[in-house]
Design a binder for this molecule. Structure first.
Ligand SMILES: *Cc1c(COP(=O)(O)O)cnc(C)c1O
Length: 363
């Protein structure tokens, strides 16, 4: 027998299940299960990506210099403190592997993003999930859960899958209550969708604290999930650590080019935010009129709450028969809910009509 044994914590990981994209026997699929932007990739990004096909024999710029400069210019940040990644998932993994590990604890909120749990276990951390209040991260609860072994706190703000937002003052209170040797990771994957006037996705705290990191992504509002492109803004001491472990060519060349072009696409953010605010509102209102509870969201998705797991399951099946794929939430401990991405106007209308019919027909 030549059985191989990974570290025991690896076998405690439930493999990540992504949003589905196919239904056997259904031709037209509307995929609203992964929060990909409603409009697809920015046209200039598609062009830039395609143009790189002739250069595929060349290694990418290992420092993603032009991309980091474009990000810095766009968001008012020092490029020297930006690191790009193969999706922000890669950067989260670097941080968790570097600061976590066997004998340490990682704290997240109960319905925080699953990758913290999966990667935390991969690193060997004990992952602690803190109960929420009204599906929102509870700062007092998180602070009370901190122990001598705690090294990392991960907070998605606004959060996926709940869509809820923790106000700036609460995030600052969280940081102020954490020891200096605890890394606070602020995952702002949906920051661009937030319309609260004074919302700070984390940059002020990164600058002020020296032990906070903000992660961002091109996968959501910039429509580049398939290209795998994320970035993080971090203090110098964390830059030094990530610089030692980052793969030298971790971001591929077409992704870098697409990212630069996406940032330069005129009006893309404004158009996407306006559409999202409008159709998240319209779709939510239609579902509420049909008798479905909707959790208010700051993102390009929201939770539709059917009150009971069986009813959510029946609604999911009803949608699937019509080619509409949304996300079941059992893996997040929210089996009574479905997470619905805000798609195009037509896609939102199809979901509204289908769920209205489902509820009317005694779903
Ligand atoms: C989608 C998502 C990410 C991952 O984004 P990638 O950049 O595609 O790896 C990270 N955090 C949250 C909360 C997300 O929803």
């Amino acid at each position: 027998m030549n059985a191989l044994n990974p570290r025991p914590s690896i076998l405690s990981i439930e493999p990540y299940i992504g949003g589905e994209s196919k239904i056997p026997g259904v031709n037209r699929i509307v995929k609203l299960s992964s929060n990909e932007g409603a409009f697809g990739p920015p046209p200039a990004a598609m062009e830039a990506y395609a143009a790189l096909a002739k250069e595929l024999h060349r290694y990418p710029d290992g420092n993603a210099t032009a991309l980091r400069e474009a990000i810095g210019a766009r968001f008012g940040l020092d490029p020297a403190r930006i690191v790009c990644g193969n999706g922000s998932d890669e950067l989260l993994a670097y941080l968790i592997l570097a600061y976590g590990g066997e004998g340490t604890e990682l704290i997240m909120s109960a319905h925080g993003f699953t990758m913290y749990d999966l990667t935390g276990r991969y690193a060997g951390c004990q992952v602690i999930k803190v109960p929420e209040k009204n599906l929102t991260a509870d700062v007092d609860g998180i602070l009370a859960a901190v122990g001598p072994r705690t090294r990392i706190v991960c907070l998605a703000n606004p959060n996926n899958p709940t869509g809820t937002l923790l106000p700036n003052a609460e995030v600052r209170r969280l940081r102020a209550g954490l020891r200096g040797d605890i890394l606070l990771v602020l995952d702002a994957a949906y920051a661009e969708y937030v319309t609260e006037p004074d919302f700070d996705p984390g940059q002020a705290l990164v600058d002020a604290s020296g032990n906070t990191v903000m992660t961002r992504t091109f996968s959501k509002i910039f429509g580049l999930g398939g290209a795998r492109l994320g970035w993080a803004y971090m203090p110098k001491q964390v830059m030094d650590v990530v610089g030692r472990i980052r793969g030298p060519f971790n971001v591929n060349a077409p992704a870098q080019a697409a990212g630069i072009a996406a940032l330069a696409e005129k009006g893309w953010l404004e158009k996407s935010v306006a559409h999202n605010t409008e159709w998240r509102g319209k779709l939510s209102a239609a579902l509420e009129a049909a008798g479905i509870k909707v959790w208010p969201s700051h993102c390009n998705f929201f939770l539709a709450d059917f009150g009971a797991p069986e009813k959510a399951k029946a609604a999911d099946a009803y949608l699937r028969q019509r080619g509409l794929i949304v996300r079941a939430m059992g893996a997040y401990g929210l089996a009574q809910c479905l997470r619905i991405t805000v798609g195009t106007a037509e896609e939102c209308t199809l979901v509204a009509e289908a769920l209205t019919a489902f509820m009317r027909d005694g779903g």
